[in-house]
Design a protein around this ligand. Structure first.
Ligand SMILES: [Zn+2]
Ligand SMILES: [Zn+2]
Length: 824
């Protein structure tokens, strides 16, 4: 027998599988469908490292197992090809992003093919190609028609180094997610998607989907729903009053409000300007505040600053007290109403601020039990709920009730209403960059903003030489006159194109729909195909996309659902996040120099070894350290499986081999059960170790039955497909005359093994029951009986009850597999 020559075997099967297209999803099939999706990669010039391949290995194992279980599996792959890295690379090297992207795709595709992944390459999509982004633009227009896309001047996050605007989600701790530069605020005209319209549904529908709880929590926090009251403070100016609404979740503390604070950007300031006695100083403060980033303004450790607007007061609606108005940078216009009521007695931030500016601190909430902590212990505000005091007719009510009552009382006077606020902001989608899908809008002097008609899509990205961003908040496309100049689609007069491009997250918000019908020229996908395949049954990818891609896609699907373009409202029924791969203590990355390329492993140990190690290295959802030793261990295991062929001794046994071996038989069926359940629950590492145990047992036996060997190969097939397929075919050739052997074209057309429940039954033992050290009873129990179960079983027995009578059980001693002793 030949030794395990993985290089020949793997190349051979990769070719055969690609040619026969055995892993393709069938649009017409009677089998139940299973849509297994990977987050598609960004085609970077560096290619993929072994860390990237972990999640892909998981999805490939599940897809292949589902195929063997009789499902019609869709497992596609494509390229998230627009975006900054290719463009930055282009700026540095002068190579056009279209060319560098194409090259990167070719390289990564080769890596994926070499790993033996069963993607349906007939459905490959590339988001930077016009046949794809035509539909991205079309999607934009659908949202635009429903007023879910709009343009406005806004304070935006601007990265001075990338020279572009960033979405809130792309700013991490005040820094650019890509290049780590401090993000600046800029006021620019920008396009937004009105994701805030969907805040409530995005929140509620999280209950409908099978996603990791940590991702759901991140989305809930990001959406940030808070329920409270909007209360109106009035500001008297001459004979009239201006309304200043504030949002609070603590209406119960309203009597304790001794000042209000408004954001430096609050539009009311302009109206109040003539009344403000210290305008010069105020103006200076506002200018300073505008230069700061949101993070700087909100920093916990930073001392809060503010300036009182002299000459005007606000009226506390519940007690008509006139309170001072401050402008302070820690209040943001984007959140709530841009104004807050300050209650220094019951809010620590207000407390510190009040002490600094000598403002009154009033106790209006007492603890429910115990004595008042106020004002003796006034080093801190009392922030908990309690009972109202110093609150007029509301005294004695508890906080929860008082929130209702005070809001109701003011509601009757039109000075309050119940309100819900969200932290979620609209999604900023325009980018002043070259390498993205152009926004299909035209500006006409007569007609204003005009959408590009569907028949004129796609608006093709022009080939330009100078793709450097201008840094003035203008896209490089603005430099191409040929692109900009156009006739208005409505009236025909000279007009200009929008020169901003779409955030790449727009391209990736719907790509999984396109896989169902990637070549359709008339629709983004036919309704029938989308209905056949969607929603995605299993989505595998990194947790870093929690509040970006995974939220945006949900929004997109809901918007398309509302437009009756699709009939489901959640894109991904089940989500799994694979753990990150570390090496030498850090996340694998080229900059840290700790990358292992799959190409190296393919060459040295083979794709099957790499796959097996990705599965075996640790719990699938946890971060795990890469170990070269572990790789070798997996390689040895595959060699063992290969060498088991020698144990078949087929010639001597007339092929009708069914070696009776109870112990082996049992282990085989236990392994089938374990591997089946483990893969189902993403416990790939323990599935591999169960297969290793079985292999070791086989090795110890003098001869091996072909049936048992075939069962091992079927279980191993999704994990190590090349080796399993190769041995499968060898066995079929050997046993060609055997009537009960299928002559199958592929192991993946075989049925996934089922275990025999009879064979995996636990062994039983005799448990001796003692009472005060004397044997009184015996029972037959399963060997694995737990202490809890043993106690329950014993105490329920009539004989035992008789011995105990009504004496008190003092102690129970349990010796697993042997005895239980009850001390009374
Ligand atoms: Zn940047
Ligand atoms: Zn016009």
């Amino acid at each position: 027998m030949k030794t395990y020559n993985f290089q020949t075997i793997e190349k051979k099967w990769q070719k055969i599988w690609q040619k026969s297209k055995i892993f393709r999803g069938r649009d017409k099939s009677k089998k139940p469908k299973f849509y297994c999706l990977d987050m598609f990669p960004y085609p970077s010039a560096e290619g993929l490292h072994v860390g990237h391949l972990r999640g892909y290995t998981f999805s490939d194992v599940i897809a292949k197992k589902r195929m063997m279980e009789g499902f019609n599996v869709l497992h596609p792959m494509g390229w998230d090809a627009f975006g900054l890295p290719a463009e930055n690379f282009a700026i540095k090297t002068g190579i056009h992003p279209a060319i560098s992207t194409k090259k990167a795709i070719k390289n990564i595709k080769k890596q994926l093919l070499s790993a033996g992944f069963g993607y349906d390459w007939q459905r490959e999509i590339t988001t930077c190609q016009p046949d794809y982004y035509k539909w991205t633009q079309w999607m934009f227009l659908q949202l635009y028609k429903r007023d879910l896309a709009y343009k406005k001047e806004a304070a935006v996050n601007f990265c001075p180094s990338c020279k572009t605007v960033l979405a809130n989600e792309q700013v991490i701790d005040g820094r650019c997610e890509r290049c780590n530069s401090l993000v600046e605020k800029k006021y620019l005209e920008q396009w937004f998607f009105k994701i805030t319209d969907y805040a409530e549904r995005l929140l509620n529908d999280l209950n409908k989907i099978d996603w990791p709880e940590k991702i759901k929590i991140m989305q809930r926090n990001w959406i940030g729903r808070s329920v409270g009251s909007e209360i109106i403070f009035q500001i008297g100016i001459g004979e009239t009053y201006l309304n200043l609404p504030v949002f609070t979740t603590r209406a119960d503390t309203l009597f304790g409000c001794t000042y209000v604070v408004i954001a430096p950007e609050h539009p009311l300031i302009e109206k109040l300007k003539p009344e403000i006695k210290n305008w010069k100083k105020t103006e200076k403060y506002i200018e300073e505040a505008k230069k700061k980033t949101e993070i700087e303004r909100l920093a916990e450790e930073k001392e809060k600053t503010g300036i009182e607007l002299k000459g005007i007061k606000a009226i506390n609606p519940v007690n008509n007290q006139k309170v001072p108005i401050f402008v302070a940078d820690y209040v943001l216009m984007e959140y709530g109403t841009g104004a807050i009521m300050a209650v220094p007695g019951h809010d620590q931030r207000d407390f510190i601020f009040a002490q600094k500016y000598g403002l009154p601190i009033v106790e209006v909430i007492k603890p429910k039990t115990g004595s008042s902590v106020f004002p003796e212990a006034n080093a801190r505000a009392f922030e908990e709920d309690g009972v109202l005091t110093n609150s007029g007719s509301f005294n004695g009510l508890d906080s929860a009730r008082a929130r209702e009552e005070i809001t109701k009382y003011l509601e009757k006077r039109n000075l309050a209403k119940k309100a819900v606020y969200y932290k979620l902001k609209d999604w900023l989608i325009s980018r002043q960059r070259y390498w993205g899908a152009p926004i299909p809008i035209v500006y006409c002097k007569k007609c204003g903003e005009v959408e590009v008609p569907e028949k004129d899509l796609p608006v093709k990205l022009p080939k330009i030489k100078d793709f450097k961003p201008t840094g003035k908040g203008e896209s490089p496309l603005a430099k191409s006159e040929k692109f900009v100049k156009i006739k208005c689609p409505k009236c025909g007069s000279p007009a200009k194109r929008e020169t901003d491009t779409l955030d790449t997250f727009v391209c990736s918000s719907w790509y999984f729909l396109r896989y169902t019908d990637p070549k359709n020229k008339k629709e983004f996908a036919s309704k029938k195909r989308v209905k056949n395949w969607l929603p995605v049954d299993l989505y595998i990818g990194g947790a870093e996309h929690a509040v970006m891609h995974l939220l945006y896609s949900r929004f997109f699907i809901k918007a398309l659902f509302d437009q009756k373009l699709i009939d489901f409202s959640e894109p991904f029924s089940k989500l799994f996040n694979q753990g990150i791969v570390y090496r030498l203590g850090a996340k694998m990355s080229k900059s840290k120099g700790n990358v292992v390329t799959p190409d190296y492993i393919f060459k040295k140990f083979g794709a099957d070894t790499m796959r097996l190690y990705e599965l075996f290295m640790g719990p699938s959802e946890q971060a795990t350290e890469w170990s070269d030793k572990g790789v070798i261990g997996c390689y040895r295991f595959l060699n063992k499986v290969w060498n088991l062929q020698q144990k078949l001794k087929i010639k001597n046994q007339k092929l009708k081999i069914k070696i009776k071996n109870k112990k082996i038989e049992k282990l085989v069926h236990k392994t089938i059960k374990k591997v089946t359940e483990d893969i189902e629950n993403f416990r790939f590492n323990t599935a591999v170790s169960a297969l290793m145990i079985l292999t070791n047992e086989f090795e110890r036996e003098e001869q091996l039955s072909i049936i048992n060997y075939q069962l091992l190969l079927k279980l191993l097939a999704p994990l190590a497909p090349h080796l399993s397929e190769e041995i499968w075919h060898r066995l079929n050739n050997i046993s060609i005359n055997q009537p009960n052997q299928h002559k199958s074209a592929s192991i993946f057309f075989e049925k996934w093994p089922k275990y025999e429940p009879k064979l995996i039954k636990e062994e039983t033992i005799t448990l001796v029951i003692q009472i005060n050290g004397r044997v009184r009873d015996k029972i037959e129990v399963e060997a694995s009986l737990s202490e809890e179960e043993a106690k329950k079983l014993t105490l329920e027995r009539e004989k035992v009850k008789k011995w105990i009578e009504d004496k008190e059980v003092k102690k129970i001693i349990f010796v697993p597999g042997k005895l239980i002793n009850i001390v009374v």
